[in-house]
Design a protein around this ligand. Structure first.
Ligand code: ZN
Ligand code: ZN
Length: 292
């Protein structure tokens, strides 16, 4: 395996660490186990630190804090071999690598052999404490990313997202007082059709024709549709953004789109309400993606 030596957070490391660590960090933040960033003491491709006995000479190995049992358990769920090294080294840190990283030094590879025997890799016969075994980091990654998405309610770019790119140019005159739908094509207003574990879509809407004191509210809503039946509004409490004068505004939807009841299809649509008899939508764009 060729050396990677990718610059990352003030050091050098391999692609496994570059890909996995930011997600572990996001997970730790979401669980309230860290504020801000993981503290990194040492990455890879260095031979100037005696105490590590060559384990950091190539990729994979990473020294971090904090390292309490709850934090280490999250690392393990992401397929890392992170272990508390604070009793054994002057600098308090946890040491580990993405399990099955192919960029390990010979010394780190030896530690992985120890790990496979549940040996903590220290002098003497100390056993690995806590969650063991762990999945290879890339399998763990694929398994953990969706759980992170459901915690966040916002899809991360996780590989199975399809883009939402809608631009519709026709002007749309707005009907005052009643709730209306923003068109995304001639006679159509559905931006996302069918449920999804995660949608992140931003609408950019430009309005003209507002008189002083008039406003337009815009909000994302969910409707269920079924052939031959009237659409059902499932929005709950709308969270509108308000335009107070002619111009553009953005409205973001970043949540799952729940499944509809049997026979119905969930649809994500943008709604408006205005007190203006003259307001028009003169431009709209929808940009984002949905998990499939
Ligand atoms: Zn280390
Ligand atoms: Zn690696």
């Amino acid at each position: 395996m060729a050396e990677e030596r990718i610059p990352f957070r003030g050091g050098l490391t391999c692609s496994c660490v570059v890909k996995s660590l930011p997600f572990v960090e996001k997970d730790l933040q979401q669980r309230g186990l860290i504020n801000g960033s993981i503290r990194i003491f040492q990455l890879g491709y260095r031979t100037d630190v005696d105490a590590s006995a060559g384990t950091h000479a190539r990729g994979g190995c990473t020294d971090v804090a904090p390292f309490n049992a709850a934090v280490i358990d999250v690392w393990r769920q992401w397929g890392w071999t992170m272990q508390d090294r604070s009793p054994f080294f002057a600098d308090d840190h946890a040491h580990g690598w993405p399990y099955k990283c192919p960029h390990l030094s010979a010394a780190a590879q030896q530690q992985e052999d120890d790990w496979d025997r549940k040996d903590a890799g220290l002098v003497g016969g100390a056993q690995v404490q806590g969650r063991w075994p762990v999945l290879p980091w890339n399998e763990a990654f694929d398994k953990m990313v969706p759980t992170l998405i459901s915690q966040l309610g916002v899809p991360l770019m996780a590989g199975n997202a399809v883009p939402i790119r809608i631009t519709y140019h026709d002007d749309q005159a707005l009907t005052p007082v009643v709730v209306g739908r923003v068109n995304v094509k001639q006679g159509g207003s559905t931006v996302v059709f069918d449920s999804s574990k995660g949608v992140d879509c931003t609408a950019t809407i430009v309005v003209g024709g507002l008189k002083p004191g008039e406003t337009v509210d815009l909000w994302w809503g969910v409707e269920w549709k079924k052939d031959g039946s009237k659409d059902q509004d499932k929005t709950g409490t709308p969270v509108p953004v308000t335009l107070h004068e002619d111009g553009g505004i953005q409205v973001r939807y970043a949540e799952p789109l729940e499944k509809a009841a049997a026979g119905w299809t969930a649809c994500l649509r943008l709604f408006y309400k205005t007190d203006s008899a003259t307001a028009m939508i003169v431009q709209r764009k929808f940009r984002g993606w949905k998990l499939v």
